[in-house]
Design a protein around this ligand. Structure first.
Ligand code: NAP
Length: 275
């Protein structure tokens, strides 16, 4: 049987690096620290080697289909599959950012939602039975939902929402922002929150899409790591290792755990959002 393997996206620093650290300790297989910048990635590997941990490295820019394709091929050739996928890579514009909101909407949704989706579309076919998939989302997503108009809320919460419909919703946000009427159309004025809501909704529909898949016991969940002091959110009170706890809990759910499945979690507890 091929060696088991885990991949963590955007893991050269912050919560992703802490997730790799924890998986190196507790996962029985190879753990891939990935980074869009090879130099920053190799530096992070060295940092963990000083702690006597031995992650492997592969370049991955989730905004590049070419980069995603190379990782897919590498995993196929060298492992014949994938056992843990943690979609952690993400960006957030600071409140003080002077970038136009149109740019913030486009760039945030591209990386946080579409980049994550592209990674899933490329790597899900490699998932083996008993795989675990974790999307590191944010409570900013459910907060954005809470502030949206009723019609949008019911679309995001629909138990029949398809990937095509979700993609259309995400594109609609960007085009409404460009048209300058997104708030009038019921959107909340948060590019980051909208992108993370997209990831939460994606989780539920990916589980529905997997129904009937011959591979048993694949669990897919999303989570909020809490407010973690990183470059993305310097005001956070948790350490990256603390922020990694819920994602790592989901990544290491035991064989045939059955649940959680398709849920959004914080502090290792399900946060109901479809009610
Ligand atoms: P961070 O320290 O800024 O780390 C983000 C990581 O994502 C970095 O390694 C970054 O790489 C990488 N990344 C960004 N764009 C990428 C791309 N296109 N391809 C590959 N990697 C990319 O932030 P963090 O706080 O650890 O955030 C990790 C995740 O947790 C994010 O998804 C974030 O939204 C989520 N989150 C964080 C908090 C918090 O309080 N910190 C709260 C809720 C959710 P570079 O070094 O190359 O930029």
């Amino acid at each position: 049987m091929s060696k088991r393997v885990a991949v963590v996206t955007g893991s050269n620093k912050g919560i992703g690096l802490a997730i790799v650290r924890a998986l190196c300790k507790d996962f029985d297989g190879d753990v891939y620290l990935t980074a869009r910048d090879e130099g920053r990635g190799q530096q992070a590997v060295k940092e963990l080697e000083k702690e006597n941990l031995h992650p492997k490295f592969h370049q991955l820019d989730i905004n590049s289909k070419e980069s995603i394709g190379k990782l897919q091929e590498f995993l196929k050739q060298n492992y014949g599959g994938l056992d843990i996928l943690v979609n952690n890579a993400g960006i957030m514009y600071q409140r003080t950012s002077t970038a136009p909101f149109t740019e913030q909407a486009q760039v945030s949704l591209q990386c946080n939602f579409f980049g994550t989706l592209d990674v899933c579309d490329a790597l899900f076919p490699l998932l083996r039975p008993h795989s675990r998939v974790v999307h590191v989302s944010s409570r900013a997503g459910t907060m954005a939902l809470g502030k949206m108009g009723k019609e949008l809320v019911s679309k995001f919460r629909s138990s029949t929402l398809t990937q095509t419909e979700l993609i259309a919703l995400m594109n609609q946000f960007v085009s409404d922002v460009k048209a300058g009427n997104h708030e009038a159309k019921g959107w909340y004025n948060s590019a980051y929150g909208t992108s993370k809501l997209g990831v939460i909704a994606l989780t539920a529909l990916q589980v529905r899409a997997m129904a009937g898949d011959s591979r048993e016991d694949i669990l897919i969940n999303s989570c909020c790591p809490g407010g973690v002091a990183t470059d993305l959110y310097p005001q956070g009170s948790k350490t990256p290792d603390q922020g990694a706890e819920t994602p790592v809990y989901l990544a290491l759910l035991p064989v045939n755990a059955g649940k959680p499945q398709g849920e959004f979690l914080g502090e290792k507890k399900v946060i109901p959002w479809m009610l």
